[in-house]
Structures are given as C-alpha cells and as structure tokens.
Design a protein around this ligand. Sequence first.
Ligand SMILES: [Ca+2]
Length: 183
Amino acid sequence: MFPVALLLAASTPSAPVPKVLVELVTNGSFEDGPDVDLWHTMPVGSMKIKGWKTTRGKIDYIGSQWTAGEGKRSIDLHGSPGFGGIKQKLNVKKGKTYTVTFLMAGTPGGVPSEKSLWVEAAGAKKKFTFDSKGKTKDKMGWESVKWEFTADDDVVELEFYTAETEDENQGPVIDNVSVKEKE
Ligand SMILES: [Ca+2]
C-alpha cells in the first residue's frame, strides 16, 4: 500500500519557513564550569565558567546550595564576599535588535530581601529587582525576565552585575541566560 498521507504531505506547497532564531549565548545556564559542591567563590577575571568572565567583584558559582532555575547550577552576583558581575562577548549584527531572557531570584535570607541587578549591552542597561522575602533554597521563586538591546557593533558584551551596595554575601541570582535576534 502507498503511504498516501506522506505523498500528500510531500506534495503540499510548504508554508513559509519560520525564522530560525539562533542562540547566541554560550553556556547560558552555567552548567559547564568547575566542580562545585554547595558553592564556589570566583575572583574577578576568572574564566572558569565556560563562555563567561567575572567582573567588578567576586561572585559565587552555586551548586547544591539552592535549586537552580535550570539544570543544577546558577550564579550569585555577590561572592563571599563581593559585589560582582559576569560578562560574555556575543557575535551579533550591528543595527539589529536582540532579546535577552534570563531567570532571576535572590539569595534566600538576604537583608534587605529585595535584590537588584543591572543587565547591560551595547551602551544600554536596565535594572531589575527581585524580592526574596519568603523564598527558600528549595523554593527560590525564579522569575523570567526579558530585555532588549540594539547592537551598536558586530560584537557586543553582555554583562550582568549587582546593583547592591550592602549585604555582600547575599545577592541577586541569575540562571538560564539566552540572547536571540528579535523576531
Ligand atoms: Ca543553570
């Protein structure tokens, strides 16, 4: 018997092919990095987390200290101690607009409970705040965050860094960073 359905499908004019949006971030979920138990403090300039470089101050590379937003690892932008950041160079196209998405939370038990960070690229930046009040290591309350920037060159740096100036052990937390050309 002929596979009629298949033949019909093959002969039907195809619909417009959806634009394939390529992921531009390497290791956006921070899963590829050094061995870590509870957490591992990373100094400024460290490139041990694949694709990323730490900036401004120490950060904590988080393992089993709390539940990640995706996979098993995440980043506390406050090292122990430190007011840090993390950045990555992205290959983009000058003039195009890009959508950044990431997961945000805050270190449970931090004082104050509200934790803010900056996300910056191509000369633009925006502050985001998460309130960790009532959150726990098992229930971090990860929130999905979205931001856009327009590339001012064919290579841009995307950086996340703390907007806090106190509670230097317990900061804003990120995971699952993604950048794609805007649809
Ligand atoms: Ca992760």
